[in-house]
Design a protein around this ligand. Structure first.
Ligand SMILES: [Zn+2]
Length: 80
């Protein structure tokens, strides 16, 4: 499962797109997912919750593609 969202950088206030490929707990097949081009990948999941076999991110950190500063922020909980 792919999560895509927007975030406004805490340093330069520019909005950018980011994505995260959610790992599945009991996956015995490889999900065919096309990773979005031109979007920023999550660097690290700081907090996560397990829901229906998915490890959903609650808090993530990533680098701003414009100014390169590290942003850490909460992710809205997604419905599966
Ligand atoms: Zn920035």
């Amino acid at each position: 499962m792919l999560i895509e969202d927007k975030h406004e950088c805490e340093s330069c206030n520019k909005e950018f797109d980011w994505y995260y490929l959610v790992p599945q707990k009991w996956s015995n097949r490889i999900e065919a997912v096309v990773l979005p081009k031109g979007k920023t990948s999550v660097r690290k999941v700081e907090e996560r919750v397990e829901k229906k076999g998915y490890f959903l991110p609650l808090r993530v950190s990533l680098y701003c593609p414009d100014c390169g500063s590290l942003n850490t922020f909460n992710v809205e909980e997604k419905e599966i």
